[in-house]
Design a protein around this ligand. Structure first.
Ligand SMILES: [Zn+2]
Length: 300
């Protein structure tokens, strides 16, 4: 009797020492706690990915990858492919924009309930239009700064081991955005023309920050082109409200923009909402400076 108890103790000790099923391997990771192969962060789409490239820059043991392709654009109605879903295997943390941008979150939570989710727009002052939250906060520099600070705050709580580095990098990036923001206000605060028309509602926060009036939105989201009647109505609005410029986005077909320009006599310019672009830490800053050059031409 006594002998068999000792044998059992020895057996259980051996099992513990050999580590069978004790240490999680990379494919078995189940929590946001750092494991031996470091912390792997997955982002939902391009603008958040660029923020994380900055927040995690030069931190040993922290890697970032993007769930969707850098050219995907906005995620409204985006369906995750099985390949996208696979990218979440081995993820310790998922960072999303939130505010309804990632309509596929139910699917992720069902399949990967253990992955903690950081929501960049959580608790921020968001624009609601016709009952729907506008998720495009990062298009305004002020909004981008708020999202970066929000991400840093939540990352720090979930991964305390790297909290100092996240905070330092976050602060450095916020300072860069502040510098850009000051340049933009210097030009736009005194722009004589302030009535604009845009394609889809990506520029609502941008307009709020720079006090521009979006008097017509041509096409809400990809795939919902205006009918002939709606188009005629928009053209009338553009004429009546003395719109200075129509801003199209490069992601959208040009035909509608050209019809509007021809019918209304108002110039059409391309403005980037920074939803896609190169894989580069400074891409957002560069895209916004290009936008500033377009606005200099359009609003003066
Ligand atoms: Zn959008």
């Amino acid at each position: 009797m006594r002998k068999s108890v000792i044998a059992l103790i020895i057996l259980s000790l051996l099992l513990t020492l050999c580590g069978c099923g004790v240490l999680p391997s990379a494919s078995e990771k189940t929590s946001g706690q750092p494991t031996e192969d470091g912390v792997h962060i997955v982002t939902s789409f391009y603008p958040i990915y660029i923020m994380l490239l900055n927040i995690t820059a030069d931190i040993d043991g922290v890697t970032v990858s993007n769930l969707t392709r850098n050219e995907t654009g906005c995620l409204h109605d985006y369906q995750l492919s099985p390949g996208d879903m696979q990218k979440l295997q081995g993820a310790d943390l998922l960072v999303i924009n939130g505010a309804g941008m990632e309509a596929f979150m139910d699917k992720i939570i069902a399949q990967y309930p253990h992955i903690p989710v950081v929501e960049a727009t959580q608790g921020l002052d968001l624009i609601v239009h016709e009952g729907e939250i506008n998720p495009h906060l990062w298009v305004s520099p002020e909004g981008a700064k708020q999202e970066v600070e929000n991400i840093v705050r939540q990352l720090t709580a979930l991964d305390p081991q790297h909290s100092d580095a996240y905070a330092r990098n976050g602060l450095a990036y916020v300072e860069k955005i502040s510098q850009l923001q000051a340049e933009m206000h210097q030009l736009l605060d005194n722009a004589p023309k302030r009535n604009i028309a845009t394609f889809h509602d990506a520029f609502a926060y941008f307009a709020r920050e720079f006090d521009l009036q979006v008097v017509a939105v041509v096409e809400r989201e990809p795939g919902s082109e205006p009918s002939a009647g709606e188009l005629a109505q928009i053209i009338t609005q553009i004429k009546n409200k003395k719109v200075a410029a129509v801003f199209a986005e490069p992601q959208y077909p040009e035909a509608v923009a050209q019809t509007i320009a021809r019918e209304s006599g108002v110039a059409v310019y391309a403005l980037e909402p920074a939803v896609s672009g190169p894989e580069d830490k400074d891409a957002y800053l560069r895209i916004m400076r290009q936008n500033l050059e377009v606005l200099r031409e359009a609003l003066y």
